[in-house]
Every structure is written in C-alpha cells, then in structure tokens.
Design a protein around this ligand. Structure first.
Ligand code: PLP
Ligand code: COI
Length: 339
C-alpha cells in the first residue's frame, strides 16, 4: 500500500503506475495494452481535438472492511459509454471490453486503493477519443479507448455536509436536443463559465435550468438533482441531463425504503416545497444542499437551519455507501468484486 494521506485526499489527479489502452482501427478493436506513460500520442488532425469526439466515464473502486475491492454498477457505465458513442457517432465500444479494461486498470494499481474508513476511493476514468485524421466535419474511423485511475477524496470539499448553490440564467450547459444526455467533454466546456461565476460568488456549483424555457430544474453542476417532499423522492426528467447511475440507484433505494419516486419536470417554484434537496453522482455521492440562491429573482431557498444534512438524505447516503463498501447486502446485484 502506498504511503498517502488518504484521509485528506482532494478530488484531483495524482499519478498511479499503469493505465490501459485499446485502439479501434480498420474496423476492429486491438489488444488491451498496459502503459506506464501518462501521455497519448495522437495525430494533430484527430477528430477529438477539432470536432469534440470525446467521451468519458466516471466510476469508483471501493475497499471494504474485508479488504475486498468492489465496483459499483460497472455494467451501467459500460452501457452509458456505448450510448454516448452512438450519440456522437464514434465506433461502437463493446461492454465486455469496457468491463475487462476497468478490472485490469484497478488490479494493476491495487496499491492506490484507499483503505476502508478513510472516506476515499479509487476514481476510475475511462476515456474514449476519436484519433482519426479528418479536416472535414465527419466521424472518426479510428479511436482510442483508455482508462486511468487515481485515488480521490470527496468532490465537494466538505464531503457529506451541506453546500450552497446558485441558479445561473446567463449560460446553458446543454440544448434540449443536444448532447447533454451523453457524457461528452463539450458539455463540460460549456459549463465552465457558469461554474466559474458560481465559484466567484462563493457557491459550490451551479443549478442549471432547462435551456428552452428556464422554468424547470435540470441538474446541479456535475451531478443530478433530487428533492424530498413528504415521503416522495422527486428528480428531474429532462432531455438535456446526464442519466446518473447514482440517481438511478437512489431511486431504487428510496423505493426500498418505502418512499414514492417521481421522475418528472420540476418547476423552479416547487423548490419552496421540498424539505431536503441534494446533488448526486459518482464524484458527488450525495451532497446535501443548504441553500439555493436565485440572484436574478432576488430569492433564496433554505433547507437547513442547523447546518446538518436532512434525515432522508442521510439515510440514502448511508445506504448507498454501505452497499458500495460492502457493509450491507447487495440485494440488487450492483456490485462486482475485483479479484
Ligand atoms: N450529471 C453530470 C453532468 C455528471 O457529470 C455526472 C457525473 O458522472 C452525473 C450527473 C452523475 O452521474 P453518475 O451518478 O452516473 O456518476
Ligand atoms: C463523476 O461523478 O464521475 C463525474 O464525472 C463528475 C466529474 C465531471 C468530476
């Protein structure tokens, strides 16, 4: 095990020993190669550099009390990468290649998996880029699939503690029929200016509204949004948000807890009616929201008076992390062990 200050890890890149790569060319996938280089050599006319043919994924490996290593719903990340590839006309990427590559990347870097109880995990970043040389706007025929891993702490600095977020009407992250539902780099480029505006004003992230009407909640920075209303878990239905695997799992956990689940449009005014709201995702896990500020309307919505996460968010958080770390039975078959 590496000598790392596991308890104080930021959500930041740090070097590990190996990454794995496979090229698609001449209509087929090559061998999965192991590399020790942190760099990729690609053609200067690669479609990823000019026309945004770039897809990524994010998942984590968790070390349990039993020292065993678990992956959470890796098959869903494999499916989503495939779906994103279809969405921006990249060559199809087999789910079994994705899963094999995740296992290999984690196994090769086992010494970097944070110990149980530190709150840290090994973040797995699959990347899929068009590397065929094209000057005209057209899909690549050649592509590189790569996975690196890096140990991380919580995405939002405070971990499972409430943060404040800001509604920003000056920018859109994604168009209603654009690429918001795919995990492509361009969405994140489009989000940077509003994120900067949020940070400059002391907020953890931005709450995006639907781009067409600015009436409904879309998502919360690099995470989906949910609200709790009575015994109901409510989360946005939208064509411009990423279908979050964490959110999908929380919807199931909420049902298991006897809650009702609604996936539908959430008008901004409904923010008044939630007892708790949160952001959820692989990196964010569940990040409770203390306050949502709407500067254009001179309004704010407050969710805690004692600065603590609400009871439902706490239960959801405890349940999902207990499943991920192997402290609770995996009754939905979400876990894959790494041996
Ligand atoms: N929304 C966006 C824009 C994201 O980048 C992410 C992170 O992957 C999520 C939501 C959460 O998705 P998941 O739970 O699959 O990590
Ligand atoms: C994740 O939750 O895995 C993400 O991809 C968020 C990331 C953009 C930091």
């Amino acid at each position: 095990m590496k000598n790392i200050d596991w308890k104080h890890l930021p959500f930041q890149y740090s070097k590990t020993d190996y990454n794995v790569r496979s090229y698609f060319q001449d209509g087929k996938w090559g061998e999965l190669e192991v590399s020790q280089s942190e760099y990729v050599e690609i053609h200067m006319a690669s479609t990823c550099l000019h026309y945004g043919q770039e897809i990524f994924e994010g998942l984590k490996a968790y070390k349990g009390k039993d020292e065993k290593i678990r992956l959470f719903r890796v098959d869903e990340n494999a499916k989503r990468m495939r779906r994103s590839a279809k969405g921006i006309l990249m060559p199809d990427i087999p789910e079994d290649l994705f899963i094999e590559a995740v296992h290999k990347a984690v196994t090769l870097n086992k010494e970097y998996i944070p110990p149980y109880g530190t709150g840290a995990t090994l973040y797995i970043r699959p990347l899929y880029i068009g590397v065929g040389a094209e000057v005209g706007v057209k899909p690549t025929k050649k592509a590189l699939f790569l996975i690196f891993v890096t140990p991380v702490g919580p995405y939002f600095r405070d971990g499972f503690n409430p943060v404040d977020i800001m509604i920003c009407r000056d920018y859109d992250r994604a168009a209603p029929l654009g690429t918001g539902t795919y995990k492509v780099g361009g969405n994140y480029a489009a989000s940077l200016a509003s994120l900067q505006a949020a940070h400059d004003n002391g907020f953890a992230t931005t709450l995006y509204l639907d781009a067409r009407e600015k009436k409904y909640i879309d998502e919360a920075g690099p995470a989906n949004f949910f609200g709790i209303k009575g015994n109901t878990y409510v989360t946005p239905e939208s064509t411009s948000i990423l279908p979050s695997i964490t959110n999908m799992s929380l919807m199931q956990i909420a049902k298991d807890m006897g809650m009702k689940v609604e996936r539908r449009k959430i008008p901004i005014e409904e923010l008044e009616e939630f007892s708790e709201v949160g952001a959820c995702g692989t990196a964010a896990v569940i990040t409770p929201i203390r306050k949502i500020v709407d500067p254009d309307k001179n309004k704010f919505y407050n969710y805690t008076t004692d600065n603590k996460p609400g009871p439902v968010s706490t239960k959801l958080y405890n349940t999902i992390t207990a499943i991920q770390f192997g402290d609770e039975p995996d009754k939905h078959n979400w876990i894959t062990m790494i041996d």
